[in-house]
Write a protein that binds this ligand. Structure first.
Ligand SMILES: Cc1ncc(COP(=O)(O)O)c(C=O)c1O
Length: 453
């Protein structure tokens, strides 16, 4: 396989060092190649800096909050400092709380669990399932996919105008789509929500790794993101924002750490006083290393500078889009159109190819890791593909014959650690696969395409 490396634009900064950059993987066609991790939207590799910080801290690791020993006190301090670092990274307001969770999914489920009684929730059908599904105990209004950012705002305004004006309401919106990479008009949606007395939570799972996110500047009430998409894959996530709903609700998990005082009553029962701080929703032993890793990533990205990171990513996006545009069989999926601002996440279908087959060939023949399927955003992908809502799920879509609509898509995604060579190899591989076809036989196993050997 010969890959031409296009000239590097010198005005663009170098990729940040990440783990796994020197890992090689076998090709079915023989030999090995450096793995091209182009699935950042699912999970990004750890920043070297995060890994180094965690390794330096690990010998000093100790239980937090309850331990009397030196390392326990040190760990408690680092854990609380991590909270402060995340608050600074997110531009939190005075009085906001930063709760460490397991992930964005966990953060949004936590928020769903603390909604005031009678809360109405408004969410676009285009959201990731983590934003679409947690609101089962609320009155949810699902909004149709808008075709422009302006339409998103007017759709929301219309829906909010019809709501019960006296009850609490919450809007949940993503900052950047995990399918198209397109940016949503968060500030405008927040203004619309507040104008109608509603609150808004920003799902920043795909935005925070690529763009600065400021709770204050965007004027959102909460923000949620995951460490493993922010180059800190140690099992932690964040929900940050207004303290009142969090403080007024029962703890998300009941247990030690969340409780300040527990007493037996005369009638034999138990009374509990819960903490008012973030600890109220962090029952059990917290994931100190996960929190510490997130704080390290926040500092590393801030020090690298988002201006430089965004410039580099836009340069990579330009390369990928220009390369795919030269392959007429490739159709890039988009809600807001070609000119929409976006992050390094791009989904596409290839005429005559089953997406699982195409992704398997990229992996097996070129050492490139992408994702195929409906990306936990089934309604959005089906809308973009124009496919029947009742069609099959993520796996096992039948082969799309030439001229037929594909039922799944392929997603390529990248970020701060991606070298030019990965996207150059990807574009080359797409071109070659479309032109020459796969060089290997593939079969379906558990609904997925895999090399036949
Ligand atoms: C936009 C968006 N929101 C939420 C999530 C859920 O993140 P996690 O799986 O880390 O909970 C994802 C994951 O892909 C996502 O892309």
């Amino acid at each position: 396989m010969s890959v031409s490396t296009a000239a590097v634009d010198q005005s663009v900064c170098a990729p940040l060092p990440v783990l796994g950059g020197d890992v090689t993987v076998p090709l079915v066609t023989g030999g090995e190649v450096a793995y091209a991790a182009l699935d950042y939207a699912a999970s990004a590799p750890a920043l070297q800096r995060v890994w180094d910080d965690v390794a330096a801290y690990a010998p000093y690791y100790g239980s937090v909050h309850r331990g009397a020993g030196y390392l326990s006190q040190l760990s408690t301090e680092l854990f609380e400092n991590a909270r402060a670092a995340v608050a600074e990274f997110l531009g939190c307001r005075d009085g906001d709380q930063v709760v460490f969770t397991r992930s964005t999914t966990d953060s949004l489920n936590l928020l769903a669990a603390v909604l005031p009684a009678g809360c109405q929730v408004f969410v676009f059908e285009t959201e990731h399932h983590a934003s679409l599904l947690p609101w089962r105990n609320a009155r949810v209004t699902y909004l149709d996919a808008p075709r422009t950012p302006d339409e998103a705002v007017t759709t929301l305004e219309r829906a909010l105008a019809d709501r019960d004006p006296y009850g609490p309401a919450l809007v949940c919106v993503t900052g950047a789509s995990n399918v198209t990479g397109e940016l949503w008009p968060v500030r405008e949606l927040a203004a619309a929500a507040h104008a109608h007395g509603a609150r808004i939570v920003l799902d920043a799972a795909q935005l925070a790794p690529h763009h600065p996110v400021s709770v204050r500047d965007l004027d959102v009430d909460w923000v949620a993101f995951s460490g493993h998409k922010l180059y800190a894959p140690f099992g932690s996530g964040v929900l940050a924002g207004r303290a009142d709903w969090l403080r007024e609700a029962e703890p998300y998990l009941a247990g030690g750490g969340a409780s300040r005082k527990v007493t037996r009553r005369a009638d034999g029962g138990v009374d509990v006083e819960w903490h008012d701080s973030a600890a109220r929703h962090e029952a059990g032993s917290p994931n100190v290393i996960g929190a510490y890793a997130i704080a390290s990533a926040c500092k590393a990205l801030t020090e690298a500078g988002f201006d430089a990171l965004v410039a580099r990513e836009q340069y990579l996006i330009g390369k990928v889009r220009a390369g795919l545009a030269e392959v007429p069989e490739v159709k890039v999926l988009s809600l807001f159109g070609d000119d929409a601002p976006r992050v390094g996440v791009l989904s596409f279908v290839v005429e005559g190819w089953n997406s699982s087959h195409f992704a398997a060939a990229l992996s097996a023949e070129y050492g490139i890791g992408v994702r195929d399927g409906l990306f936990c955003a089934h309604p959005l992908v089906r809308t973009l593909l124009g496919s029947d809502p009742q069609t099959q799920g993520e796996c096992g879509a039948p082969e799309a014959a030439p001229g037929e609509k594909s039922l799944n898509a392929i997603r390529v995604s990248f970020g701060a650690g991606t070298p030019d060579e990965h996207v150059v190899r990807f574009v080359h591989a797409v071109r070659e696969l479309v032109r020459d076809g796969a060089q290997w036989n593939y079969r379906t196993e558990d609904g997925r395409c895999v090399p036949a050997v």
